[in-house]
Write a protein that binds this ligand. Structure first.
Ligand code: GLN
Length: 398
């Protein structure tokens, strides 16, 4: 053997490549396309939040924080959840600060899933769920979100397929992963969905991981129904959220997990050897900023204006709009565009749209494990109105 050669070894994730979000952002940069692919805002965060973080740095909050996170931030989170969802999490034993939502999800899965355990996910599903389950040695059971169409065949809404979910739950089910508001469809759970889920798991030992990173992006007067708002479900759930999404600072990578103490105890065992702790001054800054509820109560209206602007523009194109009741994503069907490229698969269509039209989007097929093509792509509308207007102008030419 050549001593300069790197020894080969079996991949832990043989089917995984680079995530679609990174691939599309790189392609967008390469072609100077308007990036409506990866979900992140192109507008700045509030200067007050930056000032709060600066103040924390200048006050010398620059060494390791407690492993579970800065106490002030855990208290601010506990208060926010009580105010919005009427559930009290103990800041000391039930809330942990993480390096963003992805780490929170990864650590939660590793802390409770082992070889032979089944984990149910609902596809289309965010791409980080399955690899974490694989690395934990668990078995992913994927069921599909039900698409409800109106008389003309247009997608009217999405529903949880309760019968299919009920059939999938068995004594090996360790965890059920849910996501509301949903990435990529924008579907939001309502109270009856939570009641359905509660009835379904009542006599089982299944845990729940609820990915709620888009909790403040629910539109048309609807409410976010957090897993924490349902006492029975809260008792068996990890609740995940993210400041990156809430406060337009995706690059800061700060999120959190709220979970009953028995779950938090196991979560922290993994967390301490995974990241140990999350950067200190950001946590102090976020604690101050979060304490003012005005910093999150205005978010639904702020994002709804963007959604409405984008939808109004897109409705003048040949793309077919899908519903977007929540999240900062808008899915659109390109199959009726009437151009040869409309026959491309979703990934190739997105590549073409990025390189030739100058607008990057995400293929919804990336949210499925098995090849699934429905001619639908996802746009992110968390952008300045001018950015959306420029993208719409390009899309209107198709
Ligand atoms: N959540 C973001 C999205 O769906 C991407 C986050 C990431 O790139 N990991 O676009």
């Amino acid at each position: 053997m050549n001593p300069l050669e790197t020894p080969s070894f079996p991949s832990r994730l043989p089917k995984v490549g680079t995530t679609i979000f990174t691939v599309m952002s790189s392609l967008a940069a390469e072609h100077q396309a308007i990036n409506l692919g990866q979900g992140f805002p192109d507008f700045p965060c509030d200067r007050k939040l930056i000032a709060d973080v600066n103040a924390a740095m200048l006050a010398d909050h620059n060494q390791y924080p407690p492993m579970a996170g800065v106490a002030e931030l855990r208290h601010s989170i506990s208060q926010k959840i009580s105010r919005l969802y009427s559930h009290h999490y103990d800041a000391d034993t039930e809330i942990t600060i993480t390096a963003g939502g992805t780490q929170a999800i990864f650590t939660a899965i590793l802390s409770c899933v082992g070889p032979g355990d089944e984990v149910i996910i609902i596809e289309p599903a965010f791409d980080c769920y399955r690899p974490a389950i694989d690395l934990a040695g668990g078995k992913t059971i994927a069921i599909s979100l039900q698409v409800v169409r109106d008389e003309s065949g247009q997608v009217a809404s999405y529903q949880i397929p309760w019968d299919v979910l009920a059939n999938a739950v068995n004594p090996k089910t360790r965890l059920i992963l849910i996501n509301t508001p949903h990435n990529p469809t924008g579907m939001v759970w309502d109270k009856s969905d939570l009641n359905h889920l509660a009835a379904l798991v009542r006599d089982t030992s299944a845990l729940i991981l609820s990915d709620e990173v888009y909790e403040h992006m629910v539109y048309d007067g609807a409410k976010h129904h957090s897993i924490s708002s349902h006492p029975e479900l809260a008792a068996r759930s990890f609740l995940v959220s993210s400041f990156g999404k809430t406060y337009h600072v995706t690059g800061w990578k700060v999120g959190y997990v709220a979970a009953p103490s028995a779950l938090t105890k196991e979560f922290r065992k993994v967390h301490q050897f995974n990241v140990f702790a999350v950067n200190t001054p950001m946590q102090y800054g976020l604690a101050t900023y979060l304490a003012d509820e005005n910093h999150y109560l205005n978010l639904p209206a702020f994002y709804q204006a963007k959604r409405d602007f984008f939808r109004a523009g897109l409705s003048k194109t040949k793309f077919r709009l899908l519903p977007s009741p929540g999240s900062y994503f808008q899915c659109a069907d390109y199959s009726a565009l009437g151009i040869p490229q409309a026959k491309l698969n979703e990934a190739d269509f997105c590549k073409w749209l990025t390189s030739e039209v100058g607008v990057a989007a995400i293929p919804v097929s990336a949210f499925y494990d098995q090849p699934t093509e429905s001619g639908v792509i996802r746009f992110c509308f968390a952008k300045q109105e001018q950015t959306l207007a420029n993208a719409l102008q390009r899309l209107q030419n198709l």
